[in-house]
Design a protein around this ligand. Structure first.
Ligand code: KG4
Ligand code: ZN
Length: 338
């Protein structure tokens, strides 16, 4: 099927044209980072307004880049949730109107389902596999039996990993979003002997906790007599990233072992992190396990990732009605299409 995919769950408006849930014809992302950077985080009302402004021209551009005519589209897939409800509503309403006008089916899919399946746009990863969804809102481990068949193995009990990156960057005065900035600093500094805690690592659980690491950074900063200079900020960033990467890699490997899964897919914005990519790849090298990271553009929020599940469901006759509504919270295990 030739699908138009739309994503607007947070601060990126994205539109893509994808054939058969595998071939990306176009994949455009209009980032709002600059709009929110001055506030140090996403302002929901501003996000919705910006989505409204850009969605129409972005869709036109995605169609034109793909050399596809509206009339050739066979379906529309849109993020239904989870995310900021006002932001999601822009994509959902647009998708409904478009589908109605063109007389084609529509399907609302789960944002994290999109992230987990994004890798299939680049290479085939056979089921079952372990999926680690690490983003600004999620740090969840799933056993994935197939599209629509997800079993939760562990999750963060407080902050998501990306959220911790963003909050620590803010404490260090580094700007928003913090993940890429900390990643860069960590690559060019050592930790200078600073060690932050690894919460829940020793416990027999696949759950995560990142708020303690964040508080440890805050306490470290409070104990300093003078504001930290550039060198010390780099070291703190490195020590923080090392702690988060250590926890993520160890729990991911533990989950793969417990579930006897050979394939591991890491997805979501934090999967862009170079420390995480290197560490996990190194630890699995030469072992029976293979780790898969999508290209950075498919790790971060994008619309093409939604087309994998969208194509699968639509081509099996499932679709959403015009009463489709956006949902801010929606556990992935409750996805029922499969
Ligand atoms: O998946 P995503 O684009 O949006 C959500 O669904 O949340 O993830 C965004 C998160 C942000 O918290 C951002 O700081 C983080 O991913 N992130 C990173 C990196 N690039 C983005 N975190 C660590 N290292 C990176 N290189
Ligand atoms: Zn995301």
């Amino acid at each position: 099927m030739l699908l138009l995919a739309l994503e607007s769950s947070c601060d990126e408006t994205a539109a893509a044209v994808v054939k058969d849930g595998r071939q990306i014809r176009s994949n455009l992302i209009a980032s709002q980072v600059e709009l929110h950077a001055v506030y140090g985080g996403v302002v929901p009302e501003l996000a919705s307004r910006r989505h409204l402004e850009v969605i129409n021209p972005l869709v036109e551009e995605a169609l034109s880049k793909a050399s596809v005519n509206k009339a050739e589209l066979e379906g529309i897939v849109v993020t239904r949730g989870p995310g900021l409800v006002g932001a999601l509503l822009v994509g959902v309403s647009f998708a409904k109107a478009f589908a109605y006008a063109l007389g084609i089916p529509l399907i609302g899919v789960h944002h994290i389902e999109g992230h987990i399946l994004a890798i299939q746009l680049e290479q085939q990863v056979d089921f079952p596999f372990l999926a680690a969804a690490v983003s600004g809102g999620h740090t969840h481990l799933y056993r994935v039996e197939g599209i629509g068949r997800y079993r939760l193995l562990g999750r963060t009990v407080d902050d998501a990993a990306g959220e911790a990156f963003d909050k620590v960057a803010k404490m260090l005065g580094l700007g928003y979003p913090g993940g890429p900035i900390i990643d860069k600093l960590a690559a060019t500094h050592d930790d200078g002997g600073i060690v932050f805690p690894r919460p829940l690592l020793k416990k027999n659980t696949l759950d995560f906790s990142f708020s303690g690491v964040k508080t440890a950074v805050l306490n470290y900063l409070h104990r300093l007599e003078n504001p930290p200079g550039e060198e010390l900020i780099g070291r703190i960033a490195c020590a923080f990233q090392t702690a988060v990467v250590d926890v993520l890699t160890q729990k991911i490997l533990r989950a793969a072992e417990a579930e006897n899964l050979e394939r591991i897919v890491v997805a979501g914005g934090v999967a862009c992190n170079s420390g995480l990519r290197q560490h996990l790849s190194r630890l699995t090298e030469g072992s029976e396990r293979t780790v898969y990271f999508p290209s950075p553009v498919l790790c971060a929020d994008n619309a093409a990732m939604l087309a994998v599940a969208g194509d699968y469901y639509l081509s099996r006759g499932a679709s959403s009605g015009f009463d489709l509504n956006a949902v801010s919270s929606w556990p992935l295990e409750q996805v029922v299409w499969g």
